[in-house]
Structures are given as C-alpha cells and as structure tokens.
Ligand binder design. Structure first.
Ligand SMILES: Nc1ncnc2c1ncn2[C@@H]1O[C@H](COP(=O)(O)OP(=O)(O)OP(=O)(O)O)[C@@H](O)[C@H]1O
Ligand SMILES: [Mg+2]
Length: 239
C-alpha cells in the first residue's frame, strides 16, 4: 500500500441553512485516506455520513475547511474543472442505484464515458470490462427492471468503476438489499479493493459489513468519535 495520504481533509464544516434554521451537519472533521484503504463510515442517522461523502465525492462543498486529493485543492477548483475531476477521477455509488430505466446495463455503464467525449467503441470496451468485474458479463443487455436489486447495485458499481476512479465512494450500497445480495455487492467491493487496490469509502449501517473494511470511522453529531484500523486477514479471491 502506498503510505502517502492521497486524501487530506481538515476541519470540514457543513452547515445547512433552511430559512432561519441552521443545521450543523459537520462540525470539524479531519482525517487522511491512504491509497488502497477500504474505509467504512458509520454512525447514527443524521450524524453527517452522507454529507461527508457528498463533499468527498465533490457533489457538495463544505461551509469551511480544507480538502486536497494528491495535494490538489479540490474545493477551490473552478466549477467546470471540479465537475470534470469528479467525472474522470472519482466514482460514486448512490443508495438508490440511480440507473436509467430505458437503458440496458452496458448502456448505463458507458454513458458517462460517452459524456466525457470518448468514442463509443472505447466506451463499450471499458464498460464490458467493468461489468465483468462485478460478475454481470452475461446480463449486459438487460434493462434495470430485468435485474434483481443486487444486480442493479452491481451495475451502479460497474458504472462507477468503469472510468477507473482514484477513489470509489458508496453511500449505503446495500441499504435496499437482503443479506445474500448484500454479501454479493460487498464481495465485489472487497475484490476491487484487494485484487485491484481500489480505494473505497463506504457508508453503512450494518455492523456485519465492517469486516469487509480495513478501517472504521464513526461519526456522531457531525464529529468523528472513533477512527480504528481493523486487523488485516489474509486476502481471499471472492469472484
Ligand atoms: N440539504 C439539506 N438541507 C438541510 N439539512 C440537511 C440537508 N441534508 C442533510 N441535512 C441534515 O444534516 C444532518 C446530517 O444529514 P446526513 O444526510 O448527512 O446524515 P446521515 O448520517 O447520512 O443519516 P442517514 O443514516 O439517515 O442517512 C441531518 O440533521 C439532516 O437532516
Ligand atoms: Mg445518509
């Protein structure tokens, strides 16, 4: 593992203003993420997990604080550059899959690559590779409503990893799944992390998911209340 921190965040604050009310979602969060880590973010509902992930994924901006990736200040990038950086360097898996129902699995995966201006041929090749990684090579022609919840979530993961992101963010990727399908999705993430060295930051509510991570960060009231490295077990090939 590259021991140099890839991500550094310092005193991240995010306050939401709704009318007269200010919601203090993050109140000064600092930590580093090293390349190849698999971080689980846990904490009670409303503790700021999604808020933190959205900022890390460049979907939202903090009210205050610092955020660098490989020493690049990603907060102050001009909006277009931020969007381009997000699209090309980061992967984000949404809780509700966010797939396009009219498109089949492979089209859902390569759409982002087309949007980045790559050729259709190249986009299809990388999409096929990504679908293979998540074990869905044979279902690439199916539209979302012909896929199970776990399969849809794996298409969403394939879409996020097709562009080989530096970091993959996943917000409760198993929230709508039963235990068996959750395990399938977590096994995919674990394989990406172990076999391909993918850096992963995953929000979860379930304690049994934690064994997949190498480090667990716990939030409460917008603050980190614990940050623990987990003992490494020998890796296992899961796909
Ligand atoms: N757009 C918003 N406007 C106002 N308040 C918000 C907004 N988004 C989140 N919040 C508030 O910020 C706090 C943190 O929300 P966040 O979604 O980060 O929590 P969470 O830890 O992800 O919770 P959950 O486990 O329920 O998903 C909550 O009090 C929430 O109501
Ligand atoms: Mg949340």
């Amino acid at each position: 593992m590259d021991e140099k921190p890839m991500i550094k965040i310092k005193n991240l604050v995010r306050h939401y203003k709704t009318g007269e009310v200010i919601v203090k979602a993050l109140n000064g969060v600092s930590f580093d993420i090293k390349k190849g880590e698999f971080i689980a973010i846990i904490g009670p509902s409303g503790s700021g997990k999604t808020t933190l992930l959205r900022i890390l994924g460049l979907i939202d901006k903090p009210t205050d604080g610092e955020y660098t990736i490989n020493n690049l200040n990603v907060i102050d990038l001009p909006e277009e550059e931020r969007t381009y950086y997000r699209l090309t360097q980061l992967g984000y898996v949404f809780q509700d899959y966010a797939l396009i129902n009219e498109m089949n699995a492979i089209e859902n995966v390569y759409i982002l690559s087309l949007m980045e201006g790559r050729s259709k041929k190249e986009s299809i090749i990388t999409a096929k590779q990504a679908l293979e990684k998540v074990g869905l090579k044979d279902k690439s022609e199916r539209v979302p409503n012909q896929l199970s919840g776990g399969e849809k979530q794996r298409v969403a993961i394939a879409r996020a990893i097709a562009k080989k992101p530096k970091i993959l963010f996943a917000d409760e990727p198993c929230a709508n799944l039963d235990t068996r399908t959750s395990k399938q999705v977590l096994d995919v993430l674990k394989t990406l992390n172990k076999k391909f060295g993918q850096t992963i930051v995953m929000v979860t509510h379930e304690s049994w998911h934690l064994k997949y991570a190498s480090r667990v960060i716990k939030l409460k009231d917008g603050l980190i209340i614990s940050d623990k490295k987990l003992k490494k077990k020998p890796s296992r090939v899961l796909l």
